[in-house]
Design a protein around this ligand. Sequence first.
Ligand SMILES: Cc1ncc(COP(=O)(O)O)c(C=O)c1O
Length: 370
Amino acid sequence: MIPVAEPSIGEKELKNVIKAIKSGWISSKGEFIPEFEEKFAKYCGTKYGVAASNGTVALHLALATLGMKKGDEVIVPTLTFVATANAVVYCNAKPVFVDSHPDHWCIDPEKIEEKITKNTKAIIPVHLYGHPCDMDPIVDMTRDHDLYIIEDAAEAHGAEYKGRKVGSIGDIGCFSFYGNKIITTGEGGMLTTNDEEFAKKAMMLRDHAMSKEKRYWHEYIGFNYRMTNIQAALGVAQLEKIDKMVETKRKNAQSYNSLLNDVGGITLPPEATWAKNVYWMYSVLIEDEFGINRDELMLRLMENEIDSRPFFHPMHTMPPYKSDERLPIAEELSRKGISLPSAVSLKREEIEEVVNTIIGINDENSKIIF
Ligand SMILES: Cc1ncc(COP(=O)(O)O)c(C=O)c1O
């Protein structure tokens, strides 16, 4: 089976993890946590990093740090992983969904303004499948309306918008280090920010909002969203390879692009002129002309021992967030989108096998049609 994703764990990771375990610092104190925070923040081009137990709680922590509460509205793309919307609800605030841009698949900045009300407090642009959002118009809008930006960069480590790394453009960036992400700590997350107060508040809330001066004294209701030293040990070693991993993802995407370029009925992944796409997932659209639809293609690939993933369901189509509103671009992307095997460990022969299988399926169906 060619997997959609798999982690690349080497000797250095093992060495660091053993070191963390042998040190006895196996919970959330220990040398690897500040090291990982500092190095990841530096990689993103921010002053501070705040490690968390996973990407979902990183988003919740960011929203709590910025004071989101009942009655507040937060603008979110409808086409995202459910954690983006759920984190808003964890604060008793309301996610307000916006359609995708047809060219780059991320939130459409032109469709945000009409959703802003007097209750809107923040926007969460999601850098989807490794492609950055069009940030300038979003930054302008938040200045005009006095809103916060939390970048959901869970899927886009190292992606760039006009030369700036994602996670460094808004007020706070949030990352995931789940096992299928570009770098992993098993489970894990990180907030990145240039604002000292936000970093301090996030660190405090992450640890039950315990007073620094007075042990077991709590001025607020906080959380246990801490990362362990073992996870951070893994993260420090992974971070040493991040440039190589991003380069490999981009190289694999180029191989796929050149091999799939002439196959009818497939739209290749976008890379806007202002973007550096890190292709966390190599994702394409299966157009109606392809002959069979996305779901059938996934089944046929599986018969050939090739794993794949469908795009996310738009939030406004699922029971917790259901509404009658039509957000047609996201709905169409969700219906047509498929992520093909994208692991850093993917070999050139495996990419060729995936593409040849797709071409074979396409030929068969063209024959049936004619
Ligand atoms: C866009 C997005 N946001 C948030 C998350 C949540 O991250 P985690 O799984 O680490 O909680 C994910 C996870 O895959 C994601 O894709």
